[in-house]
Design a binder for this molecule. Structure first.
Ligand SMILES: [Zn+2]
Length: 344
């Protein structure tokens, strides 16, 4: 966690990767290194295959935090610091488990994929999958408070445009203001879709995050562009959003479009959840999240992929922490699951 692995510091990301690699030195583990869009990624396994039965996936990049968050400390059983729960804690658990497995006479077909761009574009996991890395079941260590996250919303970044005509700023009636036209179009689009609120989150959201109209201060703008961060669900899919934009005759450009995580098949997920419940002695829930994750890269190719991470709080915020007892439980659940279900 002391490695300041934000996107602006590629050197720290390289150093953290080198640290992970050195952790496996002298073990029987195979390490494959990749560079994807300038970002390093690692794959640790015990055979030479890209296809494994189980893959753990974790990211070592973090969002920026205050300088003090990169000096982790423990207080009352909680490990505080940037990346503790999102998600270097889980990555550490994966590493310890992989090292333990490497000492077995016949280590199981389990792989560990470490990526370094989840917080920015998630290209590493996506490309690794398109290069042939695959598994029957993928566990991504995003924070889920020990619940089994099987679904998250889809994600679109879309630019919408409106064109008007310029005039002197003192005589707006002589022109047509593109910002006002664009805002009206956005409103029409947003009104046509029921949107999530605090009390009912499982609906789409259409959130303007940027608006640009490059006119001088005293000229009515003739062109305006708005960026929308759109999150989608089963009932309001990415395709249906694009269709609606066309129906409303709104000009748009697709920047990013990632479908939601669904996991219709649960051949591995169910036994995993049952095992974790038995081990922890409490009922776990299938949960869904408004945000996205690298699990999507795998489920898009038909693999079962969940997010499963330890208890903690405040990821992407001040006072981020992971509960250390929960992190130990987390390790034990994964260890027991591999022993009982994969080492056969
Ligand atoms: Zn994360």
């Amino acid at each position: 966690m002391e490695f300041h692995t934000v996107k602006e510091r590629p050197q720290a990301i390289e150093q953290c990767m080198a640290f992970i690699k050195s952790y496996f030195e002298g073990t029987s583990a195979n390490i494959r290194e990749h560079k994807i869009n300038e970002k390093p990624a690692l794959f640790v396994s015990f055979n030479k295959k890209k296809r494994q039965t189980l893959i753990f996936n974790g990211h070592i990049d973090v969002v920026e935090g205050s300088e003090s968050q990169f000096s982790p400390y423990v207080e009352k059983g909680r490990l505080f610091g940037r990346g503790s729960v999102d998600m270097k804690g889980a990555v550490a658990a994966f590493m310890v488990l992989m090292k333990k497995l490497s000492r077995m006479k016949h280590p199981p077909p389990v792989g560990l994929m470490i990526v370094s761009d989840e917080e920015t574009d998630g290209l590493c996991s996506k490309r690794m999958v398109s290069h042939g890395y695959a598994a029957d079941f993928v566990i991504v260590g995003e924070p889920t408070r020990m619940q089994v996250e099987t679904r998250h919303k889809g994600h679109m970044t879309v630019a919408i445009y409106a064109y008007g005509s310029a005039s002197h700023g003192s005589r707006p009636w002589q022109g047509k203001n593109a910002i006002i036209k664009l805002w009206n179009q956005y409103q029409k689009f947003a009104d046509a879709v029921p949107q999530a609120k605090r009390s009912s989150k499982w609906f789409p959201t259409i959130n303007p995050t940027s608006i640009i109209a490059d006119a001088p201060h005293n000229v009515t703008p003739s062109k305006a562009r708005m960026i929308l961060d759109i999150r989608t669900t089963e009932d309001y899919t990415n395709d249906s959003m694009f269709a609606l934009l066309r129906k409303l005759k709104i000009r748009y450009k697709r920047i990013v479009s990632i479908n939601m995580l669904t996991n219709p098949r649960r051949a591995h997920i169910r036994p995993f959840k049952l095992y974790a419940q038995r081990f922890l002695g409490r009922k776990l829930k299938y949960v869904k999240s408004c945000g996205g994750s690298d699990a999507k890269a795998f489920s898009d190719k038909g693999m079962e992929a969940i997010n499963f991470g330890p208890v903690g709080k405040n990821h992407h915020r001040q006072q981020e922490y992971v509960d250390l007892n929960s992190l130990v439980d987390y390790y034990r659940v994964l260890d027991g699951y591999v022993k009982n279900y994969i080492c056969k």
